[in-house]
Ligand binder design. Structure first.
Ligand code: PMV
Length: 339
């Protein structure tokens, strides 16, 4: 059966960076994220008896090498979980409305959409918890994109990962003013993916223990900040947590540096907006050079105007591409197929 799904991406407020069990994607720590309403993946899946192997297209091009294999492996995980004949193959087409492998969590929306469309195409109706559990196997952050709003992926306690899945902390309607401005500073694909990067940090950063020690408190504080809609507390903890993750990256061996010079230039500007003008805005960064600004609805225009002013004067003549996002909905089935 041909099925198409749409999943929004999400950005972590408390990050996931490392697995206790690499094969099962069981994380060292729980994480909390914001599902975004403007950045998404659409995926059509059709399992067909006559196909001798999976046929996969990503952004209108045939998927190759490692990218192809990751999708095939995830389809196999799904077939095994559902007790479906492993020999049956699928045609898969997937498109994103934003650059992939550039630190905007394209694997989160991609594997959430793939999990939903593939299970439905095999005629199985899984609940959101099961979908989140399965999506996690493709990409950890995908477990969060099954849900909308503010979401927590609980690391779980079971060694087989059976209780490692996400749940909604607050639905999207809870905090309509909460805004994330995504600044796209480069669309280049990263050289080292998150999976490999986090493995390296777990193995080699001398600060990994310290990261895990401080994260439990941050999780509690973020849950409280959400429950009380304390924006400044949420922003402050989110920002520190992101810098801690980047410290793990920088102290890995060899070091992982996902930033580029524009990243530093922009982040300094944003700090100055806070210090000079008292604008309430905080930043977070993932495995890529992009900067994400957390702010409230009322400050969006001011921040964008100030950024445009600053970067109009840059010698490189660089302009900033940005996408203004609010809380978005979880993964869903849609009726328009890609083939
Ligand atoms: O889910 P992955 O394997 O793409 O890793 C996500 C890693 C970060 O984006 C850096 C952090 C996070 O929690 O999303």
């Amino acid at each position: 059966m041909k099925v198409t799904s749409k999943a929004n991406t999400n950005i972590a407020l408390i990050k996931y960076w490392g697995n206790i069990n690499e094969e099962l994607t069981i994380p060292y720590n729980s994480s909390i994220s914001m599902t975004l309403d403007k950045l998404f993946t659409i995926t059509t899946v059709d399992f067909q008896e006559k196909l001798s192997s999976d046929v996969i297209k990503i952004n209108n091009l045939p998927a190759l090498g490692e990218e192809y294999q990751r999708v095939v492996d995830h389809l196999d995980i799904i077939k095994r979980y559902l007790n479906v004949e492993i020999e049956i193959n699928a045609r898969v087409d997937s498109v994103n409305n934003f650059p992939k492998r550039a630190g905007i969590a394209s694997s989160a929306s991609a594997f959430a959409a793939l999990t939903l469309a593939a299970t439905k195409s095999l005629n199985k109706n899984l609940d959101s918890q099961q979908l989140s559990f399965l999506a996690r196997r493709g990409s950890g952050s995908a477990s969060r994109s099954i849900f909308g709003g503010l979401v927590e992926w609980t690391k779980g306690t079971n060694i087989d990962g059976i209780d490692s899945y996400s749940k909604v902390l607050a639905p999207k309607e809870y905090w309509p003013e909460l805004t994330m401005i995504i600044l796209i500073l480069s669309s280049k694909e990263k050289l080292i993916g998150s999976r490999v990067g986090m493995q390296r940090s777990v193995m080699t950063s001398p600060y990994y223990e310290a990261w895990l020690k401080s994260i439990e408190k941050e999780l509690i504080e973020v849950r409280n900040s959400i429950a009380t809609k304390d924006f400044n507390s949420l922003g402050r903890i989110m920002e520190i947590n992101s810098f801690k993750m980047h410290s793990l990256m920088h102290t890995s061996s060899p070091p992982l540096i996902y930033w580029n010079p524009e990243t530093i230039a922009v982040l300094k500007q944003i700090f100055s907006f806070r210090e000079k003008y008292g604008i309430n805005c905080y930043i977070t960064m993932d495995a890529g050079p992009q900067i994400k600004i957390l702010c409230l609805q009322n400050d969006i225009q001011l921040i964008i105007d100030k950024l445009n002013n600053s970067f109009n004067n840059l010698e490189s003549g660089q302009r900033l591409t940005h996408v203004v996002c609010h809380l978005g909905e979880g993964a869903k089935i849609i009726n328009t197929h890609l083939f």
